[in-house]
Design a protein around this ligand. Structure first.
Ligand code: SF4
Length: 389
C-alpha cells in the first residue's frame, strides 16, 4: 500500500466520526460492503478536514458547497485513491470542492446540454431521434465537481419510483422511434438491486428497444457495488444492457475496480468508458495513454474522451478545445484502435455531440484526397472513376 494511502487511512481511523471507533481500511471486513461505503462517505468540511490536509481554497470550496447546493460525497474507496498531502492530486481535484466553483466564466451554463429544454416528460430527455435519457435518480456515491447535472444531482427526491417514472414510460411507448434508453441520473447503480430489476423489467416490456445503456461511475468510485446479484439482473435484461462507466485517471484503476469490471464483462455485459478531459487531472497524452491501456487490459473499451461540458463554475477544470486535439494527435498511432476513444464535444444547449480531432485531410480536389498520416507524411488517395450514367 502506498504511503499516502496508509497515511490517509490513519487519518480517517483517528477521526472521531459519530463516535464510531471501528477500524477503517481495505482490510476491514465492512470495506467490501457498498452500503457501508455509501454510509461512510465524507460529506462535510469537518469530514474533509479530518482526512486531508486542506488548502484554504478547498476549505472555502467545501463551505460554499455545503451552503449552496451541489453536495460533497467521497466514498472511503475514493478517498483511499487520494493523496491527502497534495492538493494537485488528480483524484482530489475531481471530488474536493474548490473556491473556483464560485467563479462564472463566459460560456458557462447552469444546464450546459439544454436538458431541461429537451425534457419530453418528467425525468426523460430526448435530444436525438433514436435515443432518450432516463434520469432514474439524483443520487450518486460521489459527487464529481465537474458534473454536467450539478444543477439537480444530489438535490433531493432520491431514486425515482416506478409511479414517478410512469409519464416517461408512457412517452417512450408513444415514441417507438426511440431504440435506446440511456439510464442515468445521478448514478442508477447506486439504487438497490430490486429497484434496478423493476426498472429493467418495465423497459423490457418495450420490445422495440435495442439496448439499454447504464451510465455509472460505480465501478470507479464504489466498486464494491458490483456483485453477482447485480450482474445477473443486468445480464438477464432484454433489451441488452451496455454499461458505460467513467474512469478519468490511471490512479482510479484499483484492484477493486478491476474486480468490478471483470465481473461485469464475465457476465457478458459490454463495458465501455467515457473519460472527461479535465485540466490538472488527465490533460496530457501520457496520463491518458496509461488510462486507455489499462482499461483495454481489463476488456473495457475506451469509447469517448469528452471535452468537458460548459457547466457553471467548472472553468478551472476545463481545457481549450485545442488541448484535446493535440493529445489525440499524439495518441494516434501510439495506441491501437481499440484503445483510442473518439474525442467528442457535446455542444452547448443540447445541439448534440460532435466528433473533433486532428485535421487529417490536407487537400481534396478532382477525386484526389491528400491525407496526413500519424507520422506526418502526406499521402494521396484516389477515388475510383465515377460510374457512367
Ligand atoms: S457520478 Fe456522474 S452523475 Fe454523479 S456526480 Fe459524478 S459525473 Fe455527475
Amino acid at each position: 500500500m502506498s504511503s499516502f494511502v496508509s497515511r490517509r487511512l490513519a487519518i480517517v481511523r483517528d477521526a472521531s466520526r459519530s463516535g464510531d471507533e471501528e477500524a477503517i481500511g481495505p482490510d476491514h471486513e465492512r470495506w467490501g460492503d457498498w452500503r457501508w461505503q455509501s454510509r461512510r462517505a465524507l460529506r462535510s468540511l469537518d469530514d474533509l478536514e479530518a482526512a486531508l490536509d486542506l488548502t484554504d481554497d478547498e476549505r472555502e470550496g467545501a463551505r460554499r458547497a455545503m451552503a449552496e447546493g451541489f453536495p460533497i460525497a467521497i466514498t472511503p474507496h475514493t478517498l483511499s485513491l487520494m493523496d491527502p498531502a497534495d492538493p494537485a492530486c488528480p483524484i482530489r481535484r475531481q471530488f474536493v470542492p474548490s473556491a473556483s466553483e464560485a467563479v462564472t466564466i463566459p460560456g458557462d451554463l447552469r444546464d450546459p446540454l439544454g436538458e431541461e429544454d429537451h425534457e419530453v416528460a418528467p425525468n426523460l430527455v430526448c435530444r436525438y431521434p433514436d435515443r432518450a435519457l432516463l434520469l432514474a435518480t439524483d443520487r450518486c456515491a460521489v459527487y464529481c465537481r465537474f458534473c454536467t447535472r450539478s444543477r439537480m444531482v444530489g438535490d433531493g427526491g432520491g431514486p425515482r419510483s416506478m409511479e414517478k417514472l410512469d409519464p416517461a414510460f408512457a412517452w417512450l411507448e408513444r415514441n417507438r422511434q426511440v431504440r435506446e434508453v440511456i439510464v442515468s441520473g445521478g448514478d442508477p447503480l447506486v439504487m438497490g438491486t430490486s429497484r434496478i430489476a423493476r426498472l429493467l423489467e418495465r423497459l423490457g416490456a418495450m420490445d422495440w428497444l435495442d439496448t439499454i445503456r447504464i451510465a455509472t461511475r460505480a465501478p470507479v468510485t464504489i466498486p464494491q457495488r458490483i456483485d453477482e446479484e447485480l450482474c445477473r439482473v443486468l445480464r438477464q435484461s432484454h433489451p441488452a444492457v451496455w454499461v458505460m462507466t467513467h474512469f478519468n485517471h490511471p490512479r482510479e484503476l484499483s484492484a477493486a475496480s478491476q474486480r468490478a469490471c471483470g465481473m461485469l464483462v464475465d457476465h457478458g455485459l459490454p463495458v465501455m468508458n467515457q473519460a472527461v478531459l479535465l485540466r490538472g487531472v488527465n490533460d496530457d497524452a501520457d496520463t491518458l495513454e496509461a488510462l486507455f491501456r489499462g482499461l483495454v487490459r481489463w476488456r473495457v473499451r475506451p469509447y469517448y474522451l469528452l471535452q468537458a461540458d460548459v457547466v457553471r463554475g467548472t472553468g478551472h477544470l476545463r481545457t481549450p478545445i485545442s488541448t484535446g486535439i493535440r493529445i489525440m494527435e499524439k495518441l494516434q498511432g501510439r495506441l491501437s484502435g481499440i484503445a483510442l476513444p473518439k474525442l467528442i464535444c457535446d455542444t452547448p444547449a443540447g445541439r448534440g455531440k460532435v466528433p473533433i480531432g486532428p485535421q487529417t485531410i490536407v487537400a481534396q480536389a478532382d477525386g484526389r484526397t491528400t491525407l496526413k498520416t500519424f507520422r506526418g507524411e502526406e499521402v494521396d488517395y484516389l477515388d475510383p472513376p465515377s460510374a457512367p450514367d
